[in-house]
Design a protein around this ligand. Structure first.
Ligand SMILES: [Cu+2]
Length: 281
C-alpha cells in the first residue's frame, strides 16, 4: 500500500461542491478532576454536546468559511499556532463569520488567545487534508486543576509557581483515554494509521511508543524531522505533528509521555498522558 497516497487523500468528488459553513461555539463549562469540577472553556461544533474541543478539518490549501458564537462573558481572539494568520476577534455574546486560512497538508493547534482562552483550554487540533481510513487525534495538555479556578476568577498563570497535576489527551486522562476512539489507537496488522498530535499545554511533551517506531510526516515546528522513524517523538508547546504508524506486530502496547510525572493523576500512577495501541491480527 502506498502510505503517502493514503495520507494525501482529502479532495475527492466532495471538493467539487462548496460545503456549508461549519458553525462553532465558545462555551464555558466544567471539567472533572477525579470528581472535583473545575471551570473550563471549550471550542465546540455547534451541534455537539459539551465535551472535548472540536476537531477542525479543512481541505489542503483552501480557505473555508465558518461561523462562531461566543457564549463566554469575555471577548476572544481565535488563532492558529505556528501559522501566520491575523486571527479572528470574537466579542462576548457575538456571532462572527470568518474564514479558516488555506493551510499546507498537516496537523495544527488552534486556540483562543489570552489567559482565559489558553489556560481554560479552548484549544484543539486542526487538520488540513488528512482523511485516512485509520486516523487518530491527540490534543495533549498539562494543567494545574486549582489554577483553572484561579484563571476563571480573573487571576493569571505564573510559570514560576506552575505545578501541573493533570495531563490529558483530548481533555481526558488515563484510563478515560481508552474510552476515546480518537485517543485509543485500535488497528489491524499492516494498517496505516495517521496520528495528528498538537500540544496545548504549558510545557513540552515527549511521546514514547512501545512496540513500534512511527514516521514523522509533518511538523509545524521541526520540519527537519520529517521522515524520521523513531520510538520517541517530542511535541513542543503549540506544535502540530502528523505521525504515521504501520504496526508490524499484534498485541497491546502503551504509548505515553516519557516525562513520568505526566503519567499520573494528581500524583498517582498510572494516569495522565497514557493511551494504548491495540493491533489485531
Ligand atoms: Cu515508554
Amino acid at each position: 500500500m502506498n502510505v503517502r497516497a493514503l495520507f494525501l487523500i482529502g479532495c475527492g468528488a466532495a471538493c467539487a461542491a462548496p460545503s456549508a459553513a461549519q458553525t462553532y461555539r465558545i462555551q464555558p463549562g466544567e471539567w472533572s478532576a477525579l470528581g472535583t469540577p473545575h471551570p473550563v472553556l471549550r471550542f465546540l461544533e455547534a451541534s455537539d454536546d459539551f465535551g472535548s474541543n472540536a476537531i477542525v478539518d479543512l481541505e489542503v490549501g483552501e480557505p473555508a468559511v465558518a461561523e462562531v458564537v461566543n457564549l463566554d462573558s469575555v471577548d476572544h481572539v481565535l488563532v492558529i499556532d505556528d501559522v501566520a494568520w491575523a486571527g479572528v476577534e470574537i466579542p462576548a455574546g457575538d456571532t462572527v463569520a470568518f474564514e479558516w486560512p488555506a493551510l499546507p497538508l498537516g496537523s495544527y493547534r488552534y486556540h483562543l488567545d489570552g489567559e482565559r482562552g489558553n489556560y481554560l483550554q479552548a484549544s484543539g487540533v486542526l487538520r488540513a487534508g488528512i482523511d485516512a481510513d485509520h486516523e487518530f487525534v491527540w490534543h495533549v495538555a498539562d494543567l494545574e486543576a486549582a489554577l483553572l479556578d484561579t484563571v476563571a476568577a480573573g487571576g493569571t498563570w505564573n510559570a514560576a509557581t506552575y505545578t501541573p497535576d493533570f495531563f490529558t489527551i483530548n481533555e481526558a486522562h488515563y484510563p478515560h483515554t481508552l474510552d476515546d476512539p480518537w485517543a485509543l489507537v485500535s488497528v489491524q496488522l499492516g494498517d496505516s494509521a495517521i496520528i495528528s498530535v498538537a500540544n496545548a499545554g504549558q510545557m513540552d511533551h515527549v511521546f514514547h511508543f512501545h512496540g513500534f517506531h512511527v514516521e514523522i510526516l509533518q511538523s509545524t515546528r521541526s520540519p527537519e524531522r520529517v521522515g524520521w522513524l523513531k520510538d520517541s517523538v517530542p511535541v513542543r508547546r503549540g506544535e502540530g505533528l502528523t505521525l504515521l504508524l504501520v504496526p508490524d506486530q499484534t498485541g497491546t502496547y502503551p504509548v505515553h509521555d516519557h516525562n513520568l510525572i505526566a503519567v499520573t493523576n494528581a500524583g498517582f500512577y498510572p494516569g495522565g498522558m497514557l493511551t494504548q495501541i491495540i493491533v489485531a491480527p
